[in-house]
Design a protein around this ligand. Structure first.
Ligand code: SDX
Length: 372
């Protein structure tokens, strides 16, 4: 008898291509962006420097960085038809759907929409990077009945992102914690949304289609959507003393605890220590010992009961909450950062492309004919 081919459900553990962009190492619990440990980049580099590192493969020279900052700052404002498209969406539209829709309009507006050249794709990447914060910020404000805040070109990417959202630049400690989260979120090898982008790029479709597909994948609670789900979990638990009872009930009903576990990291997510430190700083800065207690209790209870450790979404949720972001805005922030990784992977896929088209094993009805 023919041996049944083995199925690799979820492609778990299956290497499907090489990449030079980042290395996720479960054994050493480390993450390198083009060879640099992310822990060093997240506390010492700007988002702009890390974006150029991931796209170009090298940290930028001062001249290259200055040139990019000029281009990024002059491309932040949203075109009228993008604002109209966002305004046409019901206020109840999930912000990830607002992002997906807005990126489609950006694609329609792009004068090189029909070109897949390396130069055009890198320029599209830089413009998506520049414009996503404005989309994320405007959508949060419109849900609160607040007017659009135009970008300020005297602010760097991170400060301007916060300024467009809240109408003011917060204290340097808050800017630093937000910057750290964006660098940590920027790239993570073949995660589901990045792989979705590569599948779309592999058919020689276009950059905006690839990013739109990636946004759809990131929205799911098993992936990027987990950071917003962490806050829903805290709300469901109520008070820190109810963590143990809640967890017993949750695990007994085989529900997943959002913000915990990882497909690749089995000894903890390499980004958590850095983001956890930033989160603790934020909870102290905004005087929220109650949230810190909730965070610690659930982390300890999960470790004690399951041995399952937090992933990067767990500390990010509370940090974004105290900064003032709406919970449903958390994953769009992830989009704004991960667009760097998605676009770098689209370019890499195209540079040595092979159409991504796996096999399936048929288990349906045996061949049969229609009734005469
Ligand atoms: C991100 O891939 C990436 O790199 C993603 C990401 C990135 O930067 O792009 O790192 C960002 O998406 C982080 C993950 C965010 N998702 C969540 O926090 C959702 C909760 N996590 C789980 O759904 C789960 O841990 C996954 C999806 C993240 C990973 O799942 P796997 O590798 O498929 O492992 P699994 O679901 O098979 O779990 C193995 C066992 C199972 O128990 P059994 O069914 O074998 O008895 O562990 C259990 C699971 O039930 N388990 C959990 C759990 N995670 C795993 N049980 C409760 N809560 C959890 N969070």
């Amino acid at each position: 008898a023919t041996t049944e081919p083995r199925i690799f459900k979820g492609l778990a553990g299956v290497p499907v291509d090489v990449t030079a962009i980042s290395m996720v190492n479960s054994d050493t619990n480390s993450l390198l962006y083009r060879g640099y440990p992310v822990q060093q980049l997240a506390t010492r580099c700007s988002v702009e420097q890390v974006a150029l590192l991931l796209w170009d493969g090298e940290l930028p020279t001062p001249e290259r960085l200055a040139e990019f900052q000029l281009e990024e700052r002059s491309n932040r404002a949203l075109a009228p038809n993008v604002l109209r498209a966002v305004d046409d969406l019901p206020l109840t539209t999930h912000p990830m759907d607002v992002c997906r829709t807005a990126v489609s309009i950006l694609g329609a507006n792009d004068m090189d929409a029909g070109s897949n050249s390396t130069a055009h794709n890198l320029r599209k990447a830089r413009h998506l990077f520049a414009q996503l914060p404005a989309i994320v910020a405007y959508d949060q404000r419109r849900r609160h009945g607040l007017a659009l805040v135009e970008p300020r070109n005297d602010l760097d990417y991170t400060e301007n992102f916060l300024y467009m959202t809240f109408g003011a630049v917060p204290e340097p400690e808050v800017v630093a914690a937000f910057r750290t989260s964006l660098v940590l979120y920027a790239e993570h090898s073949f995660n589901a949304s990045t792989f979705a982008a590569r599948v779309i790029a592999s058919t020689l479709s276009d950059m905006h289609s690839a990013v739109t597909g990636a946004i759809g994948a990131l929205k799911g609670p098993l992936h990027g959507g987990a950071n917003e789900a962490v806050m829903y979990t805290f709300d469901e638990i109520g008070t820190p003393d109810r963590v143990a009872a809640w967890l017993d009930e949750t695990l007994a009903s085989k529900r997943k605890v959002m913000g915990f576990g990882h497909r690749v990291y089995k000894h903890g997510d390499s980004r958590v220590p850095t983001m956890r430190a930033a989160m603790v700083t934020m909870l102290e800065h905004f005087d929220r010992p109650d949230l810190l207690e909730m965070y610690m209790n659930l982390e300890e209870a999960m470790a004690a009961r399951t041995g399952i450790l937090p992933n990067v979404d767990y500390p990010t949720g509370p940090a974004y909450h105290v900064m003032g972001f709406d919970t449903e805005t958390f994953t769009p922030i992830f989009v704004a950062a991960r667009v760097i990784g998605w676009t770098a992977h689209v370019s890499e896929q195209l540079a040595a492309n092979a159409l991504i088209r796996p096999l399936s094993v048929y288990v349906g009805a045996a061949q049969r004919d229609l009734p005469a």
